[in-house]
Design a protein around this ligand. Structure first.
Ligand SMILES: Nc1ncnc2c1ncn2[C@@H]1O[C@H](COP(=O)(O)OP(=O)(O)O)[C@@H](O)[C@H]1O
Ligand SMILES: N[C@@H](CCC(=O)OP(=O)(O)O)C(=O)O
Length: 271
């Protein structure tokens, strides 16, 4: 069952890839791992060269901004977080633009809030813009507009945001790259007996009870709970979702080839 659906992944054309903050940084210092980011950019560029449409949802603005300001960890106060995001988002885009242009790709920036999806007009505009960019072969790079989002309206985590984006543009596959191999029966940082789950075809209460908050890095937001929330949004739309380890971005190639890594979420019926 698992392998049958894995084999179908190579045919997916419209793909959203989400990278968590922890996957962009050196674990020891929290500073950007530029070699890793270069591999990410090469892998995504190669997907576009295969005629696939690719959206990158990249976290990291707050982490990069707080490192730029010399903070040892992400600040808690909202205004400071937003200040960090303002600094970090521009820096991240500068790096992405530079690397994507080296591979002859055009990257663009889209910053969204919950309001973008809730309001019918802005939702339509966001969808039209994304579709226009994809039809032009551009790689849109999406993040939450952290500088203007308020606690009341913010999505708050890019797992949910990436699923909203995937649903908005009828993507066929969402890949969440995290600091962990996939969904385990329990948080492996807390429970050494936890086992990796390779295949999920329904988000029931048993699956939901496995997901805990983030305990791995001090840069991630949401842990496994928000990833299951993303899986639910995707599965409702018939979009497959993978959670896999972003410690080596070459995994994107393996996943698209149908290799059995991470956790695959699919409705489990012929699509
Ligand atoms: N059942 C589970 N399976 C795997 N990881 C889990 C689980 N429950 C909680 N986690 C935690 O979720 C973390 C991944 O989420 P997060 O830190 O938000 O990463 P990211 O920055 O990639 O979004 C893991 O490092 C782990 O500590
Ligand atoms: N929008 C925030 C990221 C929020 C978020 O979900 O972070 P992560 O858990 O690292 O994917 C930022 O760019 O810092």
């Amino acid at each position: 069952m698992n392998q049958k659906y894995r084999n179908k992944l190579k045919q997916k054309k419209r793909i959203v890839v989400k990278i968590g903050s922890s996957s962009l940084a050196h674990p020891e210092t929290g500073h950007l791992d530029l070699n890793k980011i270069e591999v990410l950019v090469r892998e995504l560029s190669d997907l576009v060269n295969q005629n696939k449409e690719v959206v990158l949802v990249s976290s990291g603005a707050i982490m990069v901004g707080s490192k730029t300001l010399g903070f040892s960890k992400k600040p808690q106060e909202l205004a400071l977080k937003q200040a960090c995001a303002s600094i970090g988002q521009a820096r991240l885009m500068m790096i992405y633009q530079k690397l994507f242009s080296e591979y002859n790709q055009i990257a663009s920036q889209i910053l969204m809030t919950n309001f973008t999806i809730q309001n019918p007009n802005s939702k339509k505009n966001a969808r039209n813009t994304l579709n226009a960019l994809l039809s032009l072969g551009v790689i849109p790079i999406v993040n939450e507009n952290d500088t203007v989002a308020t606690e009341e309206i913010e999505v708050g985590d890019n797992d949910t945001l990436s699923a909203m984006v995937a649903s908005l543009i009828d993507a066929e596959l969402l890949i969440l790259l995290s600091d962990i191999d996939g969904l385990f029966t329990d948080d492996p940082h807390q429970n050494k007996e936890a086992k990796l789950i390779e295949f999920v075809d329904s988000i029931d209460s048993e699956v939901l009870s496995m997901a805990k908050e983030s305990t791995g890095s001090n840069v991630g937001t949401g842990g496994m709970a928000t990833k299951l929330c993303a899986a639910r949004i995707c599965m409702e739309k018939g979009c497959d979702m993978l959670i896999a380890n972003g410690c080596d971005f070459h995994i994107l190639h393996d996943l698209m080839e149908g290799k059995n890594a991470g956790t695959l979420f699919t409705k489990g019926e012929e699509q």
